[in-house]
Design a protein around this ligand. Structure first.
Ligand code: ZN
Length: 179
């Protein structure tokens, strides 16, 4: 049972991963390592992913969560919005929460916020372009199997979370009905 959560830098992927993790009680979130484990175990997911990974088309920081069998959620955010979100974004060095520009300290632990080197404006656009270049073929691959749910990544965190959960739960319900 696996859910793949895709989203460009700044898409809110980390926030939604945390939401899914607490909603479904998933103990941890792995990165590309989980996919390599799938390949080693020759699961269906591993067999699908192996040629993509072998072709260097897989993005290693994509987040995979063990809840739903081979389902793909893509948080889609227009490039201009991503640029706006990432430029000037601040991060807590202790807990990695992110904050908008102008925030002084982390709400959770009071640490002074810093700007990541790769969140500086000039570094942001190439990161997004590389991500999209690598991710689009992966999504196309999964789309062929009707596995991809595209979620509009704009709006409040609560709205987006509702859409993500609806997509995950809808697929679970549909799977159970036809099983
Ligand atoms: Zn913090």
């Amino acid at each position: 049972m696996n859910l793949l959560l895709y989203g460009a830098p700044g898409s809110g992927k980390g926030t939604q991963a945390n939401m899914l993790r607490s909603h479904f009680g998933i103990p941890h979130i792995a990165t590309g390592d989980m996919l390599r484990a799938e390949i080693a175990a020759e699961t269906d997911l591993g067999r699908q992913a192996q040629p993509i990974l072998a072709a260097g088309k897989y993005v290693s920081d994509d987040i995979m969560i063990g809840i739903v069998r081979n389902r793909v959620i893509y948080l889609k955010v227009p490039v201009d919005d991503l640029l706006h979100r990432l430029s000037g974004r601040l991060v807590c060095p202790t807990c990695q929460r992110t904050y908008p520009p102008g925030t002084a300290r982390c709400e959770a632990d009071g640490s002074p916020l810093i700007q990541r080197e790769d969140d500086r404006a000039e570094a942001v656009r190439p990161r997004i372009e590389i991500y999209l270049e690598k991710t689009v073929p992966v999504l196309d691959h999964y789309r062929g199997g009707g596995l991809v749910s595209e979620i509009d990544g704009r709006g409040t965190i609560e709205e987006i979370s509702r859409h993500v959960l609806a997509a995950v739960n809808g697929r679970v319900a549909k799977t159970q009905k036809t099983a």
